[in-house]
Design a binder for this molecule. Structure first.
Ligand code: PLP
Length: 486
């Protein structure tokens, strides 16, 4: 048998390598039919049985339990991955989601009034939280929400007879990569505006970029440097003056939730990532949820259906004459909608405001503590829910991140935003304790001490992980995902 390449330490056999001929786990009863040939026809049967691993039930359980223990998760360890908001996912959310496992999306509305009421209330709560007039729950991720939002903006301009004229979407140079990608997917030309020395959108550059050809401006506030755009009201006024729509990338609203609303800042469209701010589990690619809120002038462009209330009855509302159509089958990631609703209801208005208070306090605490031990911060001012640091001169962010792995801590976001050299984007979130943050700072200090004592220490790290330095380009471009037998 061919072995896949493993790391040098902590080798963990594949299930195929545990296989012993003839060994079995559970034995299913003999099928009731006479033979598969009779049932399916010989031409549909495979020539040789599949090469499945042959293991006992205990081998099987140990294998997957062992793999499960190798997972890195927020339930196990500190995870300050900036922009991703890796906060604790309360377990009561899971209990609530379990209540709905019998609900079928094709059920008659009268049979699932509770589920529809929940969706209706969540639409309402998210509109209230963002300062918008209507919300769709369909999009399945932040990027998907952006796509829905920019499609609506395009449909609005087309409806107004300005579709051909408005060709440009403005994004700041620090924007999340999904913003220019979304604008491009919808067919727009992307115009970048630079960041001023104070870390905010350069207002003069922004004014110069504006014109009658601009369809939308996509902004994140606080921006990806963790800094609040203090000119936001002026930006909104200037944008609307030229007939453009202002889009709020609210993937990460941990800094403002319960305290400030994009709608009040002048934004026309906003998406939220329920899997970030509203504690639905994420990581490893899914499942996300990216509801989109709009001001009244865009309501009829929303994906259909919304959930409406007639007296005490809830039903689907397809009465959206300019709808961009469905963004997703059924009702989006329903289980996550239940989780987010549970979270919002458990916290209430005051609890939501405490999130942002604590998230911002924690991030500022960490910024100052990291400065004290020798890290730089890209902008020397009070930050919001996250901040961008840099390692001491001569050190590489990648090396520091690799060293963190040996301490059981997830590295911060690296090399983003692109406009800061050796960027380390740190977001502790509100759910981490003072002790955990202090432990993180102590680990960073230890990494710096060891790097000073031994010039090779950082270049060799990590030392104790199952695999060490990977060829990251090869791992992304040519991943080995299949077991090759023989
Ligand atoms: C996470 C994030 C996104 C993308 O969200 P996905 O759910 O991963 O598609 C967009 N913008 C910002 C600022 C983000 O942090």
């Amino acid at each position: 048998m061919t072995k896949l390449e493993h790391g040098s330490s902590g080798d963990f056999p594949l299930i195929f390598e545990r296989s012993q001929a003839g060994r079995r786990a559970a034995q299913p009863p003999k099928p009731a039919w006479e033979s598969l040939e009779v049932l399916l026809g010989a031409e549909h049967l495979r020539a040789a049985p599949p090469k499945l691993p042959e293991v006992s039930e205990l081998d099987l359980v140990r294998h997957y339990t062992g793999l499960a223990h190798r997972q890195f998760s927020i339930d196990g360890n500190f995870y300050p991955l900036g922009s991703c908001t890796m906060k604790y996912n309360p377990k009561v959310n899971e209990e609530a989601a379990k209540l709905f496992t019998d609900v079928h999306p094709y059920a008659d509305p009268d049979a699932v009034q509770g589920a529809l009421e929940l969706l209706h209330n969540l639409q309402h709560d998210l509109a209230e939280i963002t300062g918008m007039d209507a919300v769709t729950l369909q999009p399945a991720a932040g990027a998907h929400g952006e796509l829905a939002g920019i499609l609506m903006i395009r449909a609005l301009h087309e409806h107004n007879g300005e579709g051909a004229q408005r060709r440009v979407v403005i994004v700041p140079d620090g924007a999340h990569g999904t913003n220019p990608a979304t604008a491009t997917m919808v067919g727009y030309d992307v115009k970048e505006v630079l960041t001023a020395p104070n870390g905010e959108v350069d207002l003069e550059a922004f004014k110069a970029a504006l014109g009658p050809d601009v369809a939308a401006i996509m902004l994140t506030n606080p921006n990806t440097l963790g800094l609040f755009e203090t000119n936001i009201l002026e930006i909104a006024r200037l944008a609307h003056e030229v007939g453009a729509q202002l889009y709020y990338d609210g993937a990460n609203t941990n800094a403002i939730v319960g305290r400030a609303r994009p709608g009040d800042m002048g934004f026309d469209v906003v998406h939220l990532n329920l899997h970030k701010t509203f504690t639905t589990p994420h990581g490893g690619g899914g499942p996300g949820t990216g509801p989109v809120g709009v001001k009244a002038h865009l309501r009829e462009f929303l994906p259909a259906p919304l959930i409406k209330r007639d007296g005490s009855r809830f039903d689907y509302d397809y009465n959206l004459p300019h709808s961009i159509g469905r963004m997703r089958s059924f009702h989006g990631n329903f289980g996550n909608l239940v989780r987010a609703y549970t979270y919002i209801r458990a916290l209430g208005r005051e609890g939501l405001a405490q999130i942002s208070e604590r998230a911002v306090l924690n991030a500022n605490y960490l910024r100052v503590k990291m400065r004290e031990i020798g890290f730089e911060t890209a902008f020397d001012r009070v930050n919001m829910h996250e901040f961008v640091a840099q390692p001491p001169k001569g050190m590489k962010t990648l090396d520091v991140a690799k060293a963190l792995l040996d301490y059981g801590m997830h590295p911060m976001t690296m090399y983003f935003p692109l406009i800061v050299k050796e960027a380390m984007m740190v977001e502790p979130t509100e759910t981490e304790s003072l002790e955990t943050m202090d432990a993180f700072v102590e680990v960073l200090a230890d990494v710096l001490r060891r790097a000073e004592a031994d010039p090779n220490f950082l270049a060799e790290a990590p030392y104790g992980t199952p695999v060490r330095r990977l060829d990251e380009v090869k791992a992304a471009r040519k991943p080995v995902l299949r077991y090759a037998d023989g």
